[in-house]
Design a protein around this ligand. Structure first.
Ligand SMILES: [Zn+2]
Length: 153
């Protein structure tokens, strides 16, 4: 299941990617472009814009009700029965949607702060952003928020 968030739903896109779901989002994109890309790639459009879904060609979409990103995420999860798991968390870059790859600890030595290198075991890498990610306190906070909202199974 692949998604396309409209330009109002950037934070929802980040959450979906964090949960491992293939989700496109662009800051600036015309409705026409968004719809044609979504159709071509067989993506479900997530939008707050009723005008967008009135376009006759759009068949797969969900009209998002809340302003609050975690509530939006919950709506998507419930509507499409999304399966979420801790294993799938942080498998996709929240910034650009590229799948993250594991990178050996020795290889990141000169690229992360010394403290991080000394205290962390697992590192993942985004080829496109050229960024290294590791689990840190904010990751635990995110997990907690997902569990609190009954989003993480
Ligand atoms: Zn990236």
């Amino acid at each position: 299941m692949k998604f396309f968030c409209d330009d109002n739903l950037g934070r929802l896109a980040k959450w979906l990617r964090t949960l491992g779901f293939d989700t496109l989002f662009f800051d600036e994109i015309s409705d026409k472009e968004l719809v044609s890309k979504a159709l071509k790639e067989d993506r479900i459009i997530l939008t707050r814009d009723t005008k967008l879904v009135e376009l006759k060609v759009v068949s797969k979409y969900l009209l998002i009700q809340s302003d609050i990103p975690l509530k939006q995420l919950k709506q998507v999860k419930e509507k499409f029965n999304l399966e979420t798991s801790e294993e799938k968390l942080f498998t996709r870059c929240p910034v650009c949607n590229t799948p993250l790859v594991k990178i050996e600890k020795e290889k990141v030595k000169d690229k992360v702060p010394t403290y991080v290198y000394k205290t962390q075991l697992n590192f993942v890498f985004c080829k496109r952003c050229n960024k290294i990610f590791w689990s840190a306190t904010h990751v635990e906070r995110m997990k907690h928020r997902l569990k609190e909202n009954s989003i993480l199974d």
